[in-house]
Design a protein around this ligand. Structure first.
Ligand code: PMP
Length: 359
């Protein structure tokens, strides 16, 4: 077995223990003679998996009885439209904090359902900056405030939730979900594609607060797009295998010590990497220091030729998937929960060697 150091932005590294457990279960799930993929989604085995995944998430986030956990399909991109379709009506306003490409896409979809107040746009600063509270121009009467907690492409992250005076937050947490504790009571809707911190591609976790569900009063939402449909019962076939994998990742996460453990662990990894970047001018971080992401560390080298060489030589040294997003170039090291410290150590040691040879 030759597992490389995997810095992919997503689909991203999964814990080896989880992959091995899934491998052991794959053909014959717990002595039942079939794979979990080959069973009815309404049978006892899958029902148990689904309920356990939901209960684990509830326990990790402290959801209590106030929220519903939904395992949906269509990626976070579908939530860009599903959230406003459910809770924003013509004549109503939603505040959107625009911190990157994903927020921009969410804004585009929301405009089809109501007014969007762009409470902040980082576009002119090339999305290198997360706004301070003072920089936000929130409206008086917003139905919700939408933000992208971590910007996978630009390597920026909100250190804390924006203050909204009780207006519910709607959050795209796709790339930092469960990487640290959050104040869940402030969220009305939180959604995250699983493929970074939570499991394989194919399932999107959506957490909706009950009072938000209770206030949905539209009658023209297509059934499958209506949160109430999924909150009420298992409406159609869920992505059974991804949900099963999510359950294993959640067990792994909880055994390690939950989000409090990962907050410290992720901070240690990111500090090691940013310290290496900041040593001198050879490597340059792209994000404002106060806006830096602990999940996606983005940086540049003195030239694009050197960046190309860096990516190639890194790959040859088993440091995989370090190329920045195609829209911005540069280098991006994604160091989600499942990325071990050894991988970051291997990367910083490679960076030191590369600088010594090319600096
Ligand atoms: N939001 C963020 C923050 C993302 O990083 C991504 C995917 N990279 C998306 C949304 C889109 O997710 P999906 O591909 O699951 O629709």
């Amino acid at each position: 077995m030759n597992r490389v150091h995997n810095f992919s932005a997503g689909p991203a590294i999964l814990p080896l223990e989880v992959l091995q457990k899934a491998q052991a279960d794959l053909v014959d799930y717990q002595g039942t003679g079939t794979s979990i993929m080959e069973k009815s989604h309404r049978g006892v085995d899958y029902t148990q998996v689904h309920e356990e995944a939901s209960a684990l998430l509830s326990s990790i986030l402290g959801l209590g009885d106030d929220f519903k956990v939904l395992f949906l399909q269509g990626g976070a991109s579908t939530q860009f439209l599903m959230a406003p379709m459910n809770v924003l009506a013509s004549g109503q306003t939603a505040d959107y904090i625009n911190t990157g490409a994903w927020s921009t896409k969410a804004i585009k979809e929301a405009k089809a359902f109501g007014e969007v107040n762009e409470a902040y746009s980082g576009k002119e600063l090339n999305f290198t900056h997360i706004p301070t509270q003072e920089e936000l121009k929130l409206s008086d009467c917003a139905q919700y405030v939408h933000f992208t907690s971590n910007n996978t492409i630009f390597g920026t992250q909100f250190a804390t939730e924006p203050e909204t005076n009780g207006v519910p937050l709607v959050c795209d947490a796709s790339s930092d979900f469960l990487s640290k504790p959050i104040d869940i009571a402030r969220y009305g809707i939180l959604y995250a594609g699983a493929q970074k911190n939570l499991g394989p591609a194919g399932v999107t976790v959506v957490i909706v607060r009950n009072d938000i569900l209770d206030c949905i009063n539209k009658t023209d939402i297509p059934t499958i797009m209506d949160y109430r449909t999924h909150a009420e019962k298992l409406f159609n076939t869920p992505p059974v295998f991804p949900v099963y994998m999510v359950k294993l990742v959640l067990e792994w996460l909880q055994n390690k010590g939950g989000t409090a453990y990962f907050e410290q662990f992720n901070s240690k990894k990111a500090t090691l990497l940013y310290t290496t970047i900041d040593q001198d001018d050879f490597y340059t971080g792209t994000a404002d220091i106060a806006s830096r992401s602990l999940m996606n560390v983005t940086f540049r080298l003195p030239s694009e030729e050197l960046e190309k060489k860096f990516i190639q030589e890194a790959a040859a040294a088993d440091l995989d998937a370090l190329k920045g997003h195609r829209s911005v170039g540069g280098i991006r090291a994604s160091i989600y929960n499942a990325c071990p410290m050894e991988s970051v150590q291997a990367l910083v040691s490679f960076m030191a060697d590369f600088k010594a040879k090319n600096g």
